[in-house]
Structure formats: structure tokens, C-alpha cells
Design a protein around this ligand. Structure first.
Ligand SMILES: Cc1cc2nc3c(=O)[nH]c(=O)nc-3n(C[C@H](O)[C@H](O)[C@H](O)COP(=O)(O)O)c2cc1C
Length: 205
């Protein structure tokens, strides 16, 4: 196996979510490289309708003030998550997919008619692929990252940071330098994963 293939396998296998960070900032050039990786994913019809809202310093504090009440903060299981210097909110634009599929080369699909016509919402598929690029780039750079849900806060977060109404936030990604124990498995991850061989169905399920 080539060195680059080995390095890719290492990055892929070692990526873990990180929930405890130091307060050290990420150098702007490094952060930019990691952000750009989100735009390397495949995207249906080459629609490319993923945006990143990048929060730092006061905006990070404002995010937590909005989403984590004092009361919840006292019981929050990962206080070190709040130290992450950067929060990245990946946002997708479903309407851009509808518009793209109205064009002559895609009109036959009927997907330009309405968002309800989409059996699989490709904006979430593409968004996930972009996110994986970002997570892997963070891992390759030695940074920690955590994708976590916005849950009931999506509208309030979007409004607070001027996100246009038609965008959907996929969640929030904390980025920063991990502490020594930052990548310890959460309760979800501690259970391990099924053997991939039990998930690969060859020729017939
Ligand atoms: C769509 C999605 C949402 C997630 N939401 C949360 C979350 O709200 N809080 C959290 O701590 N982890 C969250 N995670 C991280 C998962 O718990 C984690 O990826 C999983 O346990 C496997 O661990 P690993 O990524 O470290 O291998 C989320 C992951 C994904 C893909």
C-alpha cells in the first residue's frame, strides 16, 4: 500500500469525536484548510449548496448563552466542550437543489417541482459528505472535532447569526485542540460498533 493510502487509512481509523478542548486558538491558515475540506464532497447535480457559518470568540460565547441555560450548564457532562475556540455550523440550502433540478438537463426527474418530490433529500446527503471531509481534515491536522445537534435551538441560532430563512443547519461542529482525554468515547461510542462484515450484504441481503 502506498504511503498516502496508509496515511488515509490511519486518519480514517483514528477519527473520533472530541468533547474536551484546550483554549488554544486554531491558526487561521490551518482553520481555513480544514474548512475548505467541507467543499470537497460529492454534491448532487453539482448543486454545491452547503455554507459554513464560522463562529469564534464572542460569537462562540453567544452561541452557548443561547443554547445552554445556566441551569443546564451546571449539569452539562462536557464542560470542556465549551472551551473549543471555534464552532462551525454547516448549513444546506434545499431550495438550491429544487432550482438546480428545474434546469433542462434535470427537469425530467420532476425534482424541480417541489421539495416534497424528493424521496431522498440530497441536501442532507451532500451535507453529510461535506461534513465528513471537514472531520477528516480536522483529524489529519491533529485537531479535535465534535458534531452535535442543535435540536430545538436551530431557529434561534439561525436568527441570532443572520442565517437566511431557507437554510437548514445540520448541527454544530466544535473545533479545537483536544486535551489528552478529549477523545474518550461517549456513552454512545463506548458500546462499540457492529462488525462491518455483518453490515456488508454481498449480492443479496
Ligand atoms: C448526525 C450526528 C449527530 C450527533 N449528535 C451528537 C450530539 O448531539 N452530541 C454528542 O455528544 N455527539 C453527537 N454525535 C456524535 C456521535 O455520538 C458519535 O459520532 C458516535 O458515538 C460514534 O463515535 P465517534 O464519532 O467518536 O466514532 C453525533 C453524530 C452524528 C453523525
Amino acid at each position: 500500500m502506498s504511503d498516502s493510502a496508509q496515511e488515509f487509512e490511519r486518519v480514517l481509523a483514528s477519527r473520533r469525536m472530541c468533547r474536551d478542548y484546550t483554549e488554544q486558538e486554531i491558526e487561521p491558515a490551518l482553520l481555513q484548510r480544514v474548512l475548505l475540506a467541507a467543499f470537497r464532497g460529492p454534491t448532487a447535480g453539482n448543486t454545491a449548496a452547503l455554507d459554513l457559518l464560522v463562529l469564534s470568540q464572542h460569537q462562540v460565547a453567544a452561541y452557548w448563552d443561547l443554547t445552554l441555560s445556566e441551569e443546564k450548564r451546571e449539569r452539562f457532562p462536557w464542560p470542556g466542550l465549551l472551551k473549543a475556540p471555534t464552532l462551525v455550523i454547516p448549513l444546506v440550502r434545499p431550495a438550491a437543489y429544487q432550482e438546480r433540478y428545474q434546469r433542462p438537463d434535470k427537469a425530467h426527474t420532476g425534482l424541480g417541482d417541489s421539495l416534497e418530490a424528493w424521496q431522498i433529500p440530497y441536501w442532507f446527503v451532500d451535507g453529510g459528505a461535506g461534513l465528513m471531509g471537514l472531520l477528516l481534515a480536522a483529524e489529519a491536522a491533529g485537531l479535535g472535532a465534535l458534531l452535535f445537534g442543535q435540536f430545538e435551538h436551530e431557529q434561534a441560532v439561525s436568527a441570532a447569526f443572520g442565517v437566511p430563512e431557507h437554510c437548514r443547519a445540520l448541527g454544530t461542529v466544535a473545533l479545537g485542540w483536544p486535551t489528552a482525554t478529549g477523545r474518550a468515547p461517549s456513552a454512545s461510542a463506548a458500546g462499540g460498533r457492529p462488525d462491518p462484515d455483518s453490515l456488508i450484504h454481498r449480492n443479496r441481503w
